[in-house]
Design a protein around this ligand. Structure first.
Ligand code: BGC
Length: 252
C-alpha cells in the first residue's frame, strides 16, 4: 500500500493534456482536472512543456505519473501509432523529469493506465480473474490485468483478426470516418471481441474511450459471449492510473 496519500496523474491524449492530483485510497480526483490542448504537432518537447504547465497550474511539487499512447519500456517510448513519430526512441521519463525540474516521473501506456484504474477503482473492481480493457478511440488501446497485476504494453489494437488490425476495424474513429450506425459498428466490435475472447478468455471486457459514455446504445447489441461492461471512471481513468503507477512499481 502506498505511503503517499495523494499522487499526480497526467493523461496525454490527442486533444488534451489532462492532469489532477488523485486520492490513491479512493481513486478520486482531489480537484477539478486541468486540461490544456495538446500541441500540434505533438512533438516530445512541445508536449513536455505542456505537461509542465499543467503541473505548474496545479501547484503540485511531488512525483508525477504520465501516460503516452505509445509502448513504453523503461521510460522510453518505443512506438507512436497515433501521435507524432518523434516519440519513437524518446526517453520520455528523462524528458518529462527535466521539464519538471528533475523530479521523479513514471511513464506508462495510456490504456495500461486506464486498465489499472478501472481494475482497482472502477468498472472491474468486483471482478476476480482476468480483465481485458479496451479503449475505443482514435485507435484501440488494451490493458490485460490479472488479479490486479498488469501485463504491460499488450498492444492488442494491432492484432489482426479477419486479416485486418482490429483498430482499423473497430476503433471509434472508424465509426466516425465511415459514418457507421451503432448497429454496423457493433457488428465489427462483436467480431473483434469474439476473436479476442477465443485467445485470452477474460472474465470480463471493460469498454473504455469516449464512446463508452454511450454504452447503452451499443453494448446491448454485442453478440460475443463474454460480458462487456462500460468503463466507470470516464475521462479520469488515465489520470487515476497514471497516479497509481507511481507507487505501483510500474516500470514497464
Ligand atoms: C497505440 C497504443 C495506444 C492506443 C490508444 C494504439 O494505436 O498503439 O499504444 O494505447 O492506440 O491510444
Amino acid at each position: 500500500m502506498s505511503a503517499r496519500g495523494h499522487a499526480f496523474g497526467i493523461d496525454i491524449g490527442g486533444s488534451g493534456v489532462k492532469g489532477a492530483a488523485v486520492d490513491l485510497a479512493t481513486g478520486e480526483l482531489v480537484h477539478e482536472r486541468i486540461k490544456i490542448a495538446t500541441p500540434n504537432p505533438s512533438t516530445p518537447q512541445a508536449v513536455a512543456d505542456t505537461v509542465a504547465k499543467v503541473v505548474d497550474q496545479a501547484g503540485w511539487d511531488g512525483p508525477v505519473g504520465i501516460t503516452l499512447p505509445c509502448v513504453v519500456i523503461d521510460g522510453v517510448a518505443r512506438t507512436a501509432a497515433n501521435v507524432d513519430k518523434g516519440w519513437i526512441g524518446t526517453d520520455a521519463r528523462a524528458l518529462f523529469s527535466a521539464a519538471l525540474g528533475g523530479r521523479e516521473v513514471t511513464v506508462l501506456n495510456d490504456a495500461d493506465a486506464a486498465g489499472l484504474a478501472e481494475d482497482r477503482h472502477g468498472a472491474a473492481k468486483d471482478f476476480a480473474g482476468l480483465v481485458l480493457l479496451l479503449t475505443f478511440g482514435t485507435g484501440i488501446g488494451s490493458a490485460l490485468i490479472y488479479h490486479g497485476t498488469l501485463v504491460p504494453n499488450t498492444e492488442l489494437g494491432h492484432l489482426e483478426i479477419g486479416g485486418i488490425e482490429i483498430e482499423h476495424r473497430a476503433a471509434a474513429s472508424i465509426k466516425d470516418r465511415d459514418g457507421l450506425s451503432y448497429a454496423q459498428w457493433t457488428a465489427e466490435v462483436s467480431s473483434v471481441l469474439s476473436g479476442l475472447e477465443d485467445l485470452f478468455w477474460p472474465k470480463v471486457f471493460v469498454a473504455g474511450g469516449g464512446i463508452s459514455h454511450d454504452s447503452d446504445q451499443w453494448i446491448p447489441l454485442l453478440t460475443n459471449r463474454t460480458p462487456v461492461i462500460p468503463a466507470d471512471l470516464r475521462n479520469a481513468a488515465g489520470i487515476v492510473g497514471a497516479a497509481m503507477a507511481i507507487d505501483a512499481g510500474i516500470a514497464p
